[in-house]
Design a protein around this ligand. Structure first.
Ligand code: ADP
Ligand code: MG
Length: 554
């Protein structure tokens, strides 16, 4: 308002607007609140969170992305951090907490640089340069891993599960995860891709975690429809129908008018004949197992049983697709069009009782690139956390196999990167150098938080850690169980390179994006302004007036 004229209103009345430092510090505060919400869960000694939704449903977890997804985050900058966790989860499958606390730390340090009158643009540039360098160093300190390196891959899985409550049975789960990935991995040129869609995870409450197992084949969570059917079919011929083995009642209602009992009999007879012909068609195709995506009429069940055909009804579409892939069968949408060519095969179809339920197992399939993991656990909550852990394990093993590179965890890599960045900072010069150094310090939030969560003195640990790395101990990290600095390579704390790489990339992106915002314009909301999560410092409602000059850069 240098001109002293009446301000011209270009925004709708009720629009909230905040500019300059006010906007930025509000955004940073919200982002830090998100990072603080998950900090305490990092690492094997991190604690869990209990999340209770408005319906009273409870989730107990240690998984960063799950916590953030369940939280009702309102503030736009806080939402950007939740996105960091989601991206991390999609791209690397693990390291969500790490990515979020790194982004929070980058912003916290940016805030104090801004207080020293360093412009956000300069900070962003410094951060970008540092992140680039960090990625180079990460690559240079990584070690190769091959798909047949069972021990190393298992350690990758164990490390990812060590922060979960399932840690006592992680060796078994790690073994399952590695075998599953090895089974589905496909070689393309010199590298492998592992498509997790080929791995089906089925949870069945009851039993112990140790009853969990890997099945080479497809599990359909359904029993055979008729007790007279065989419970076991060796070398089955399998038909897949996306059609009902029943007669649509509406078709019949519309057409007939019954005047005497004989007509009714004739009608029922005709219905029976139609079903008989359907079953006849299945039999003619040579199939002795039929998976039906729709219903199977009682009478048809009876006919199938009499023919010794194993039948399952109302199979999920996704299961049908897995079955098609595994057995080589075509999914046929009209019973009358089913031919021997459409029928697939496997080594065995069998009904097995798991806990209370009977499930259908299709094993020794032609295409072995389909595996299933059957998870067991005492309660629903335990089972859910096992599923999240196995999901992490599958992801980390998959990306380790795909990239063929691993690094050491427990803060060892983070500290090594910090050391290199500090050395490099001198070459950067200018104001960016200060931001570059701040980036190095922010990386140390990983070992610092691991130490804190293990009840150790973070300052003592960091000092010792820095000294170790300076003296060439590249693998020195935080032994959270032993309570001291230790060799992470010796302790087999390994991670796929992609987890660290993605965390650095998305944390930098989010921090830079938030730092570049100097104007927040929010349209009038209908709901009352609420505070951010975890008592986060105010939602948009907490904005001050229209004050706020631009950043002075001198
Ligand atoms: P995230 O969501 O980031 O994966 P986690 O709670 O899974 O968070 O913790 C991961 C961190 O814990 C990584 O830095 C990893 O190296 C570290 N970590 C895992 N196992 C150990 C261990 N036994 N000792 C020390 N650090 C470990
Ligand atoms: Mg993890």
């Amino acid at each position: 308002m240098l001109t002293g004229q009446t301000p011209i209103l270009v925004l709708k009345e009720g629009t909230k607007r905040e500019r300059g430092r006010g906007a930025l510090s509000n955004n940073i505060a919200a982002a830090k609140a998100i990072a603080d919400a998950v900090r305490s869960t990092l690492g094997p000694r991190g604690l869990d969170k209990m999340l209770v939704d408005s319906m009273g449903d409870v989730v107990v977890t240690n998984d960063g992305v799950t916590i953030l997804k369940e939280m009702d985050v309102e503030h736009p900058a806080a939402k950007m951090l939740v996105e960091v966790a989601k991206t991390q989860d999609q791209e690397a499958g693990d390291g969500t907490t790490t990515a979020v606390i790194l982004a929070g730390e980058l912003l916290k340090r940016a805030e104090s640089l801004i207080e020293q009158n360093i412009h956000p643009t300069i900070i962003s540039q410094g951060y970008r340069m540092a992140s680039q360098k960090a990625l180079e160093v990460l690559n240079s300190i990584s070690e190769p891993v091959k798909i047949d390196a069972v021990d190393t891959l298992q350690r990758v899985a164990v490390t990812s599960m060590s922060s979960k409550s399932v840690s006592f049975s992680r060796d078994l789960l790690a073994d399952i995860a590695v075998r599953a990935i090895q089974a589905v991995a496909e070689k393309k040129g010199d590298t492998y891709t592992a498509d997790l869609d080929n791995i089906q995870v089925i949870k069945k409450q009851g039993g112990a975690i140790t009853d969990s197992q890997l099945i080479e084949g497809v599990i359909v969570d359904k029993e055979k429809v008729h007790s007279g059917m065989p419970a076991r079919v060796e070398h089955p011929k399998i038909a897949l129908l996306d059609a009902a083995l029943e007669i649509k009642k509406t078709e019949i209602d519309a057409k007939i008018e019954i005047n005497e009992p004989s007509q009714l009999n004739a009608f029922l007879q005709e219905e029976e004949n139609m079903l008989r012909r359907m079953v006849e068609q299945v039999k003619k195709s040579g199939a002795n197992v039929v998976f039906c995506q729709k219903g199977i009429d009682d009478l048809a069940q009876h006919f199938l049983a009499k023919e010794g055909i194993y039948g399952v009804r109302r199979v999920k579409k996704s299961d049908m697709e897995k079955l098609a892939k595994a057995t080589g069968a075509d999914i046929v949408s009209k019973v009358s069009e089913l031919t021997p060519d459409d029928v697939g095969s496997a080594g065995l179809v069998e009904e097995r009782k798991i806990g209370e339920d009977s499930l259908t197992f299709v094993t020794e399939a032609k295409n072995a690139k389909a595996v299933s993991i059957l998870l067991r656990g005492g309660t629903e909550h335990v089972l859910d956390e096992i599923e999240r852990s196995v999901d992490d394990a599958l992801n980390v093993v998959a990306v380790a196999v795909e990239d063929g590179k691993i690094v050491y965890g427990g803060g060892a890599s983070a500290e090594e990167l910090a050391l290199h960045l500090r050395d490099e900072a001198a070459k950067v010069g200018g104001r960016e150098q200060i931001a570059f150094e701040s980036f190095a310090e922010a990386l140390e939030t990983v070992p610092r938080t691991l130490a804190e969560n293990a009840g150790l003195d973070p300052i003592d640990i960091l000092i010792e850690l820095r000294q170790s790395h300076k003296s060439g101990k590249k693998f020195a990290g935080v032994n959270v169980h032993g309570g001291k600095v230790d060799d992470m390579k010796g302790l087999h704390i390994v991670e796929p390179i992609r987890v660290g790489r993605q965390a650095i990339e998305s944390a930098t992106d989010a921090a830079v994006m938030i730092l570049r915002i100097d104007d927040v314009i929010a349209s009038k909301t209908t709901s009352p302004p609420a505070g951010g999560p975890g008592g986060g410092p105010g939602g948009m409602g907490g904005m001050g007036g229209m004050g706020g000059g631009d950043f002075g850069e001198d």
